[in-house]
Design a protein around this ligand. Sequence first.
Ligand SMILES: [Zn+2]
Length: 226
Amino acid sequence: MEENTAAVPQESRQPSAHDLEVLSRQLGRPVRDVVEIPARCVCGNPLVAATAPRLSNGTPFPTTFYLTHPVITSAVSRLEAGGLMNEMNQRLTGEQDLADAYRGAHEAYLQARNDIAGRSGTGAVPEIDGISAGGMPTRVKCLHVLVGHSLAAGPGVNPLGDEAIEAISEWWTKDRCYCDGAWDTAGEAPSRDLSRHGPQGLPEIVGRPAPVRKAQSTTPAEEGNA
Ligand SMILES: [Zn+2]
């Protein structure tokens, strides 16, 4: 398996204090256990946060790549609302080449998580061996997870994540900055975590429908974030 093919060089994967503040503004809550920034806007702001596969409280955490940019998050939510996941799931049952490539994406996800575990010092997390996220390897349950993976891995690794990125090009493309006005930059960054924590130990933030501007969502875990 190849090492990461993403455009972000190793030295800029390390989250800076500024990155963590931007992430907390993007998400409307403080971030924890973010160990790398695997994808960035052309302006340098984070698009995706990589969370350690074991949280500092000991909880295993399979969802490594979290999409954080509100413009992309809400664009992907539009795809979900439009039924793209149903269409993809049907194709996965009928198109063997796609199913094989998607299983490959699952394997790549696990490999990338192992690599991150190694770099971040988390070590092996046997509780989540073979468990990826987003419905992989056979289903699509959360497009945000797949897009987060595709942005982190670069094109050609996750076929359905790549398709979803193509499908949001009306709202977001990688060659332009969409950060201006996408989140609240005034005042203090969120320092209190008001969101509800899912069973995996972190708020379920990936599937939320709209850009995060003000209030925290206290909606219980939506389906499809695992
Ligand atoms: Zn930007």
